[in-house]
Design a protein around this ligand. Structure first.
Ligand SMILES: *[C@@H]1O[C@H](CO)[C@@H](O)[C@H](O)[C@H]1NC(C)=O
Ligand SMILES: *[C@@H]1O[C@H](CO)[C@@H](O)[C@H](O)[C@H]1NC(C)=O
Ligand SMILES: *[C@@H]1O[C@H](CO)[C@@H](O)[C@H](O)[C@H]1NC(C)=O
Ligand SMILES: *[C@@H]1O[C@H](CO)[C@@H](O)[C@H](O)[C@H]1NC(C)=O
Ligand SMILES: *[C@@H]1O[C@H](CO)[C@@H](O)[C@H](O)[C@H]1NC(C)=O
Length: 381
C-alpha cells in the first residue's frame, strides 16, 4: 500500500520533469542571454564591494527578495529582473562582480549604482562603474565566451541573438548637472546641448557594443526626475514636483527616441533598437496605476543621502507606494513598468515595438539572414 502511494506520487513528478525536458530545454527562455548596462535602477550587487556610497546590501533593502538584501536598490526585484523572468529565465542575471561559477552564456549584469554615461558623474560619491567601464567589463565577458565557444566569430554569432538592456542617464542629471556646486556642466552646456552631448556619448557606446555582437537593444528614458522624492524633499517648495528638474531630462528622452529612429534606419539590415518611455501618467486615466495612492513619498525611512536607514521598518503596504526610497521605485511599480515594457501596444510607451515583439523579430531576422536577399545585402556592404 505504502509503495503504491509512493508510485502515485512519483509518476506525476517524473511526468512533469519529462515535459520540462521537452519544453524547457528547447527554447525555455525567449533569448539565449541578456546583458544589462545601467545604474542603481538595474544594479544587482556590483557596488557591494566598491569604495562608494551608493549601496543597498543591507535591510530593509531586499525585504521582498527571495534571498534578502543583494545590492538591489529596492524592496524586491528590479524592472530588469522581472523582464528576464517574463522572457523565461529561471535565474536572475548575475552581477559582473560575482560571475565566477555562474553561467555567463546566459548574460551578465554590469549596472552600478550611481553610474552615468559621463565618466565624471557621481565621482563625488566615490568609485562607481561608469558606462565606459561597463563596456570594458563586457569586453572581458565576450573574450570568455569566445574561449568557451571556440572563436570570436562564434561568440559574435551567439551574441547576435541576445538582448542588450541599457537604462542609464539619470545620474548625469541628479549627480552632475543638477549639482552646480560640484560640477561645471550646467554652466558649460544648455539643457539642449547637455542632452545632445549625453546622447552622442551613449550612441558611441551602443556602436561599440554593435562591433562586438549586439543586435537587439532596449533603451529606457529617464522620466520625471523632478518628481522623485529626493527632488521634492530637497529642492521643492510645497511638496510638488520640481519643474526645473523635469524639463532637462525630458529633452534627453526626446533625443533618445530620435536616436532609436536613427539607429534603426542605419542598421535596418541587421539590428533593432527599441525605446521604453518610463513615464507612466498617474492622472487617473490608467486604472491599473490607481492602486498607487502614494506617488511621491518614500516607503522606507530615509538617511540624509536618500537611502533607507538600516534596519528601520518600512511603510505598512509597499504595494501602495511608487517609491521605495528617495530615488528608486518599489517592486510593485517595477512590476508595472516591466510588464508594460514586455507587452504593450501603446507606442507612447514602447516604440516602435515592445520587448515581446523585439524578441520575435529576432527569429525572423535569423531566418532572413540565410536568404538570398540578405546575403546580397551583406555582400554589398
Ligand atoms: C555569488 O554567486 C554565487 C552563485 O553563483 C552565490 O551562491 C553567492 O551567494 C553570490 N555571492 C554574492 C555576494 O552575491
Ligand atoms: C571614459 O572612460 C572610458 C573607459 O575608461 C574611456 O574609454 C573613455 O575614453 C572615457 N571618456 C571620456 C570622455 O573621457
Ligand atoms: C513619454 O510619455 C509621457 C507621458 O505620456 C509624454 O509626456 C512624453 O512626451 C513621452 N516621451 C517621449 C520622448 O515620447
Ligand atoms: C495594499 O495595497 C494594495 C493596492 O492598493 C491593495 O490591493 C492591498 O489589498 C493592500 N494590502 C493590504 C494588506 O492592505
Ligand atoms: C527578396 O527581394 C525581393 C525584391 O526586393 C522580394 O520581392 C522578395 O520577397 C524578397 N525575398 C525574401 C525571401 O525576403
Amino acid at each position: 500500500m505504502e509503495s503504491m502511494i509512493k508510485t502515485w506520487l512519483v509518476m506525476p513528478i517524473l511526468f512533469l520533469y519529462a515535459s520540462c525536458l521537452h519544453y524547457c530545454v528547447n527554447g525555455k527562455s525567449q533569448v539565449p542571454c541578456v546583458f544589462i548596462f545601467g545604474d542603481s535602477l538595474s544594479d544587482c550587487g556590483n557596488n557591494n564591494n566598491l569604495p562608494t556610497s551608493p549601496k543597498s546590501n543591507y535591510k530593509p533593502y531586499g525585504i521582498d527578495f527571495p534571498t534578502g538584501p543583494t545590492g538591489r536598490f529596492t524592496n524586491g526585484r528590479t524592472a530588469i529582473d522581472i523582464i528576464t523572468q517574463l522572457l523565461g529565465f529561471e535565474k536572475f542575471i548575475p552581477p559582473f562582480a560575482n560571475t565566477s561559477g555562474s553561467d555567463i552564456l546566459k548574460g551578465v549584469n554590469y549596472a552600478s549604482g550611481g553610474a552615468g554615461i559621463r565618466n565624471e558623474t557621481s565621482k563625488a560619491t566615490g568609485f562607481v562603474i561608469s558606462l565606459g567601464l561597463q563596456l570594458t567589463n563586457h569586453g572581458v565577458t565576450v573574450s570568455q565566451i569566445a574561449t568557451r565557444l571556440g572563436s570570436l566569430d562564434k561568440a559574435r554569432q551567439y551574441l547576435n541573438k541576445c538582448l542588450y538592456y541599457v537604462n542609464i542617464g539619470s545620474n548625469d542629471y541628479i549627480n552632475n548637472y543638477f549639482l552646480p556646486q560640484l560640477y561645471p556642466t550646467s554652466q558649460i552646456y544648455s539643457p539642449q546641448q547637455y542632452a545632445e552631448a549625453l546622447i552622442q556619448e551613449l550612441s558611441l557606446n551602443l556602436l561599440a557594443l554593435h562591433d562586438i555582437g549586439a543586435r537587439k537593444y532596449v533603451l529606457v528614458t529617464l522620466g520625471r526626475l523632478g518628481c522623485i522624492p529626493n527632488a521634492i524633499l530637497n529642492h521643492g517648495t510645497d511638496g510638488s514636483c520640481v519643474d526645473e528638474e523635469n524639463s532637462p531630462p525630458f529633452i534627453f528622452d526626446a533625443e533618445l527616441k530620435s536616436l532609436v529612429d536613427h539607429l534603426n534606419n542605419k542598421f535596418s539590415a541587421d539590428s533593432k533598437f527599441i525605446f521604453i518611455n518610463s513615464t507612466l501618467e498617474s492622472d487617473g486615466q490608467n486604472p491599473w496605476i490607481s492602486g498607487f495612492v502614494v506617488p511621491n513619498a518614500p516607503c522606507c525611512p530615509l538617511r540624509l543621502i536618500g537611502g533607507c536607514i538600516p534596519d528601520e521598518r518600512p511603510c505598512y503596504n509597499r504595494s501602495e507606494y511608487v517609491f521605495w526610497d528617495a530615488f528608486h521605485p518599489s517592486e510593485a511599480w517595477n512590476l508595472l513598468t516591466a510588464r508594460w515594457s514586455y507587452n504593450s501596444h501603446d507606442s507612447g510607451f514602447t516604440y516602435p515595438m515592445d520587448i515581446k515583439h523585439l524578441v520575435e523579430q529576432e527569429t525572423k531576422m535569423e531566418l532572413g539572414s540565410t536568404n538570398e536577399n540578405t546575403s546580397k545585402l551583406s555582400a554589398s556592404s
